[in-house]
Structure formats: structure tokens, C-alpha cells
Design a protein around this ligand. Structure first.
Ligand code: ADP
Ligand code: MG
Length: 709
């Protein structure tokens, strides 16, 4: 930026490679890079994972077994001895401080070096854990510090940081480096969170905090440091969260400022549809719908996320929202992540829309070019009311006559970019995002932080809960017997295999092999179908159609059936190698059954390599049917990056902050940031120029701030 704030120039020093530090050559640099430490900034934010209290110096007479102690002593003897009767040698050192004696022992050592370095009469600072052996106190492999002139090196009597290490770097070395960086470079860190916020939250300056975390003063509260609740760490975490929330707040604000379409609700189509439905909307569906209506009627653009567990009935809510758009003589678009889902939505939508005398079309990668031309013409002329499709719908030549509402289904498969692309297909079209992947609050405040949130927190009545069982692969034949019995009753089922890379040939083979094996084991009475990632969209659709029409009894599939598939007659979900799936994914899979009146079952088959931990994970599925509870457990187990998947992982890449344990700070940062941007003239106020520049530096690409608008 040409008129970049002068303060920002200091920051350049932080991007310097670590070789500028004393004692860091190419060799150490290589080792540090294994810890993802490349620049000064990396090291500055490389915080200790715990601290050791080395403030106390004991007398040898005071030491207790099983505690870590620190004392000063004089070497009485130091030499190699035979270990008992064995041939193994041990290096032993006897030290005394006048109050008592203690034996230090090494099993691994370099003899020459030890002999050279440690001699009788020398003063030592000794740190280690005390053990009792044959009635005597001893310390194995203690840390030693020579005090040549009898003076204790004062920097040892402190709270010492302990860092994660890699081979070839010692704790001492790492401490020295971090100390150097903290002292010499912390002042280059630039942040500009307004003082009133720092005060309100009782925080320190960012630079002081980084210094304190690397070099804790002796009067620090060690428990606070250990628990991560020290104000210094809070400051660093708050700083990270604040900028994220500021970015989200601005994005939200940007959207709010934009003139949207003020729709009118005249019930021209919505009422007839509700009358036609074979069921009554649930209370939850109605309340979410009224939130959507409220947004659509307002002059500001709608940006709303609807979360609802699988089967909570989001589709009908989406359809009703589309009808409001159509009642106002605008068009609606629905984007789904896969061709199968788009097809399915289209079928459902078209079923109702045609009865209302409205028109709908489906646009996917498989649409023929003649069809496509026809659709595009209708679309631009305004004779098409609702367009359902995949990514194909976002291509530049797809031009609407007047897009009023854009809906994105299963948002977690899409990025922010697609949301913007869709919005730009209209003139400030309202945007509705739907997801069946429940997301814990801390995460939704992050990835969907710029959206208003609605939750369909109720399932339609009359659903029988799905019975879930975790079984080992040794029970396979019993499982297959059970499958046969259910299929014999006329029900259908899914048989899911995890494939590491859907696109790989070997996986394709695995899928076909599984099908063959299964067919052999079940016998030829049953019709099996195969659905996998290598199939072309129209092939997938063909298989799905066969399954829907019950020409297939058991659908052997990879995770492509994960989201949204709705076949009420399917009552069985068998997942092989269940331990390889995330819990949220398993929940999605399970949501494919239990959609009809039949009693439904989900059998999670784990392999022998599953392990205790894996079993416990799967048991979460046995004991819970609530998607939110499962999501919490999944997030805790896998961490935010994995939980979200690659598309959105960038938004949760914090240097220090932890979305799970630091959630309370995220709430605070959000409140403060949203309040701040609501100040009149916030964007233009000179006072906040630096703050905004830092925001852009830190989050431009990750938040796609440049695309806002
Ligand atoms: P999801 O939220 O997973 O997308 P769907 O919209 O596919 O759920 O709905 C699941 C099933 O529940 C569909 O067969 C749908 O027709 C039915 N359904 C939706 N709303 C209700 C309701 N209020 N009462 C009864 N059934 C409903
Ligand atoms: Mg759905």
C-alpha cells in the first residue's frame, strides 16, 4: 500500500530468516524448519507449552522422593563404575552441600567428555527428579550447570519455559533463541487494538505479553502460566481473535449497507404450497422461515445461515424462500455440491413448482450443450423461475434476468468465493446458506461469522430413532445375515467403504472388489449397485435412480452418498472401517436412513486395528443422536482444521489461539469488534487507519476481504 502507516515498517524485521540470530547457521536453520519455524515472527509466536518452576533452591537434606528438585552441590567423586555384577557401566557422581549427599547417575554418556568436564571439587547446580534406590536417594540423568566461581548463574533461578523440540535442538538452545527473539524483536510487533478495548478486557500490550511468555518474571503466577490463562497469553490470543472478528464484522457491515430487495410477502405461492404439503411444518421450520421472511422483507441484503440436523427439513424451508422470491417476480437459484444432490433437489422442487404452475430447470456439468443453451435463454429472458444446479451454475455465462435469492446447500463444501459469485449473479441478491453439518458455536462464529444464524432445532414428528451398533469386523457374517433379513423384508440399504482418495485407481479396484466379495457373500438373490467417485455424473445419477426405484437392494458406495440423499425405503446403513471416518461424517451417513416409517439401523463395523481410542470415538455414535453433541465431540477429537476440511481450514489457522479452549476470548473479541465497526464513520476515521491496514495484512486472503462488495 502506498500510504502505508509508518508503524508498519517495523514489522518487516519479523519476516527475516532466522539466520540473522546469533548462533543460527544453515544447519540449525534446517532443524528449526522442521518445527515450521522459518522467520523471526514464527519464533516470536512459538510459545512454551509448559513452564518449570526453578525459583527455589533446596538443601540436599530437604529433598523428597519423586519431586523435581534444584540444589547447589560440590562434586565429591565422579567416575565410571560397573553396574552391579553386570558388564554394563554407569557414570556416577557423588555431590554434597554440607547438609547431605546425593548420587547422580548416567546410563548413556560420553565417558571422555564427562571426565573432562566434571571434576572433584567443582560447584554445580543440579536439577532432576529424586528416586530412591536401595535406600539411597539418587537422580538419573540430571541437568547440570557448572558454577565455576561458586556463583549460581542467576538466570537459572527463574520460571523456565519449556518448548516443543525436534532432534538436534536442546531445550537450552531453544530457550536462548526465544529469549533473544523476545528481547530484540518483540518491539517490532505492531497491533492497534483501541485502548478502550485493551482496558476493558484488562489486557497488556502485545509486545510485553510476548516477552512475558518467553521470559516469565519471577513473580509470575506459575499456575496461570501453566493453564494458559495468564493475562499475557490472553492478550496474544485476543489479538488474533480480534482481527478475525473485525474482518467478519466489516464483511457483515458491508453486506448490511448494500441495498437489497425489499420483498413483499403476498402468499401467492407460499400458501398454496403449505396447503398442498402432506405434513405440517414443525415449529422450528416456521420460526426459521419467519426469520428468513423478515430478512427478505428488509431493505438490507440477507446473509443468513440455516443450520439444521440431517432430516430436520431444510429443503422445504428453502423452497418456501424461493417462492417468496418468485412472488416478487424475481428468480431463485439453488446450488448444491454434487450432481446427485442437485438432481434430487430439482426433482423435489419441480414436483411442487410444476403444481403451482412455475418453472424450474437443472443445470450441471452433465447438461448437454443444447439443453444448456435453452436453459440460459429462458433464464436471461426471465421465463425460468428457479434454477437448480451445481458449480456449473456459477459460470460467467449463466446470466439471470433478475436473481432475487441465491441458496447454497451444504455450505461446508463451498468457500466464501462461491457465495460472492452467486450474489453477483443478481443485483444484491439475498443469500441463504444451508448446512446439515452442525457446527459448534465457536466455529460458526469463525467460519460463518459474517452471517446471521438460524437453527432448525427440531426433527419432524414420528421419526423412530435409528438403532446404532458398533461391531468388530469379526462379526461380519452375523452382520451380513442381518442385512439379508432386512432386505428380505423389502427394505433397502447402503454399504459404505471409506476410500482414501476417490480418484485413485487402486481405490476404484477396492470398491469393485468389495462389491464382488459382497455379492458372493450375500448370494445372487440380491441386487447390488456400485456408486463411487470415478463414475461420471450421469452414471451416478443412473445408479441413484435405480436405487430410488428399488431396482437395487443394496447400494455399495464410497462417501459420495454422504450428503442429502433421500430414499425413505432405505433402512440400513452399514459402514465398513468406520474408524476411518470423522464423527460428523458418520452422523451424515447415518442420516441417510430413518427417513421412512421403517425401523432403521446403522451398523458401524470397525477393523481390528481400531484401538481403544477409536472404539470410544465410535461409541459416541452409539450413545448420541444429536448432531450438535456429536459435532462437539468430533471437534474436540480432530481439531478445527480437520473438522472443517481444507476449504475453510485457513480461517482457523491461528498462531497461538485455540478455538476450543479459548472460546470465551473469541466471544469477547467478537463483541468488541462488532461494536467497534458500528461506530459512525468507522472506516473513514483516521484513528483506525493502522488497525485497518493491519487487518488487511493479516486477513486479506484468508477472509477474501478484497472480494467483499
Ligand atoms: P434435510 O434437512 O436433511 O435436508 P429434508 O429437507 O431432506 O431434510 O427432509 C427430510 C424428510 O423429512 C423429507 O422426506 C421431507 O419431506 C420430510 N419433512 C420435512 N419437513 C417435514 C415436516 N414438517 N413433517 C414431516 N416430514 C417432513
Ligand atoms: Mg438437505
Amino acid at each position: 500500500m502506498s500510504d502505508s502507516h509508518p508503524e508498519l515498517s517495523k514489522q518487516a524485521n519479523l519476516n527475516t530468516p532466522l539466520t540473522v540470530l546469533r548462533g543460527v547457521g544453515p544447519n540449525l536453520q534446517r532443524k528449526l524448519s522442521r518445527l515450521k519455524l522459518h522467520t523471526i515472527e514464527d519464533l516470536l509466536y512459538f510459545l512454551p507449552y509448559r513452564y518449570e518452576d526453578r525459583r527455589q533452591l533446596l538443601h540436599i537434606s530437604q529433598v523428597k522422593v519423586s519431586t523435581t528438585v534444584q540444589f547447589l552441590g560440590k562434586i565429591l567423586s565422579a567416575d565410571e563404575v560397573r553396574n552391579g555384577r553386570g558388564r554394563k557401566k554407569v557414570f556416577e557422581m557423588l555431590v554434597s552441600d554440607g547438609s547431605g549427599q546425593i548420587l547422580l547417575k548416567w546410563f548413556h554418556y560420553r565417558h571422555e567428555w564427562m571426565k573432562q568436564r566434571y571434576r572433584k571439587g567443582q560447584q554445580l547446580l543440579v536439577v532432576g527428579e529424586v528416586h530412591q534406590f536401595k535406600g539411597r536417594y539418587e537422580i538419573l540423568h540430571p541437568e547440570l550447570e557448572l558454577c565455576s566461581d561458586g556463583n549460581i548463574p542467576i538466570e537459572n533461578l527463574r520460571i523456565l519455559p519449556v518448548y516443543p523440540l525436534t532432534e538436534g535442538i536442546s531445550q537450552k538452545q531453544m530457550r536462548k533463541l526465544c529469549q533473544q527473539v523476545a528481547l530484540e524483536y518483540s518491539s517490532c510487533v505492531v497491533t492497534a487494538i483501541p485502548q478502550h478495548i485493551i482496558k476493558r478486557r484488562g489486557l497488556l500490550t502485545l509486545a510485553d505479553s510476548l516477552v512475558k511468555l518467553h521470559i516469565p518474571p519471577s513473580d509470575s503466577e506459575i499456575e496461570q502460566l501453566q493453564s494458559g490463562r495468564d493475562v499475557a497469553r490472553k492478550t496474544v490470543v485476543f489479538d488474533e481473535f480480534f482481527y478475525l472478528q473485525l474482518g467478519l464484522a466489516l464483511r457483515r457491515l458491508g453486506a448490511q449497507f448494500k441495498q437489497g430487495i425489499a420483498f413483499k410477502v403476498n402468499h401467492l405461492y407460499t400458501k398454496p404450497l403449505v396447503d398442498m404439503l402432506p405434513f405440517k411444518l414443525t415449529q422450528a421450520q416456521r420460526s426459521v422461515l419467519s426469520q428468513i421472511k423478515h430478512d427478505m422483507m428488509s431493505e438490507q441484503q440477507m446473509n443468513r445461515l440455516v443450520q439444521g440436523d440431517v432430516g430436520s427439513g431444510k429443503t422445504i424451508v428453502a423452497l418456501l424462500a424461493c417462492l417468496i422470491a418468485v412472488e416478487n417476480k424475481t428468480q431463485a437459484a439453488v446450488v448444491a455440491p454434487t450432481a446427485i444432490l442437485a438432481e434430487q433437489h430439482f426433482q423435489q422442487f419441480n414436483h411442487w413448482l410444476s403444481q403451482l404452475g412455475l418453472s424450474a430447470a437443472l443445470l450441471t456439468g452433465a447438461t448437454t450443450s443444447a439443453e444448456r443453451q435453452h436453459i440460459l435463454r429462458q433464464l436471461s429472458e426471465g421465463t425460468l423461475d428457479v434454477l437448480v444446479g451445481t458449480h456449473a451454475l456459477l459460470q460467467p455465462d449463466v446470466v439471470f434476468h433478475c436473481l432475487g435469492l441465491g441458496i447454497i446447500d451444504e455450505q461446508h463444501r463451498f468457500g466464501v468465493q462461491q457465495r460472492n459469485d452467486l450474489r453477483k449473479k443478481g443485483e444484491n441478491a439475498d443469500i441463504l446458506v444451508m448446512t446439515a453439518t452442525p457446527i459448534p458455536r465457536t466455529l460458526s462464529m469463525t467460519v460463518y461469522g459474517d452471517l446471521s444464524l438460524s437453527v432448525i432445532d427440531q426433527l419432524p414428528p414420528g421419526r423412530t430413532p435409528i438403532k446404532t451398533r458398533v461391531v468388530s469386523t469379526g462379526k461380519r457374517s452375523a452382520v451380513l445375515d442381518f442385512v439379508k433379513r432386512e432386505l428380505d423384508k423389502g427394505y433397502q440399504g447402503y454399504f459404505v467403504y471409506p476410500l482414501v482418495e476417490e480418484s485413485e485407481r487402486s481405490d476404484l479396484k477396492a470398491a469393485t472388489d468389495s462389491l464382488d466379495t459382497l455379492q458372493r457373500d450375500l448370494g445372487n438373490n440380491y441386487r447390488l449397485g456400485l456408486l463411487h467417485g470415478r463414475l461420471r455424473p450421469h452414471e451416478k445419477e443412473a445408479v441413484m435412480q435405480q436405487f430410488k426405484q428399488h431396482q437395487i437392494d443394496l447400494l455399495v458406495a464410497t462417501t459420495v452418498i454422504e450428503v442429502g440423499i433421500d430414499v425413505p425405503n432405505a433402512s440400513l446403513m452399514i459402514v465398513e472401517h468406520a474408524e476411518r471416518f470423522g464423527l460428523a461424517q458418520l452422523h451424515q451417513l447415518r442420516g441417510r436412513v430413518g427417513r421412512g416409517s421403517a425401523k432403521s439401523y446403522c451398523i458401524l463395523v470397525h477393523s481390528d486395528q481400531c484401538g481403544q481410542e477409536g472404539m470410544q470415538r465410535l461409541q459416541v455414535m452409539e450413545n448420541n443422536s444429536d448432531g450438535f453433541k456429536i459435532a462437539e465431540a468430533d471437534l474436540a477429537q480432530r481439531g478445527p482444521g480437520e473438522f472443517l476440511g481444507t476449504k475453510q481450514a485457513g480461517m482457523v489457522n491461528f498462531k497461538v489461539a485455540n478455538l476450543i479452549s479459548d472460546g470465551y476470548l473469541l466471544e469477547m473479541a467478537r463483541q468488541d469488534a462488532f461494536e467497534l465497526v458500528e461506530q459512525p464513520n468507522f472506516i473513514k476515521d483516521k484513528k483506525y487507519k493502522l488497525l485497518l491496514q493491519i487487518l488487511h495484512q493479516r486477513w486479506d486472503t484468508r477472509l477474501e476481504l478484497a472480494n467483499v462488495g
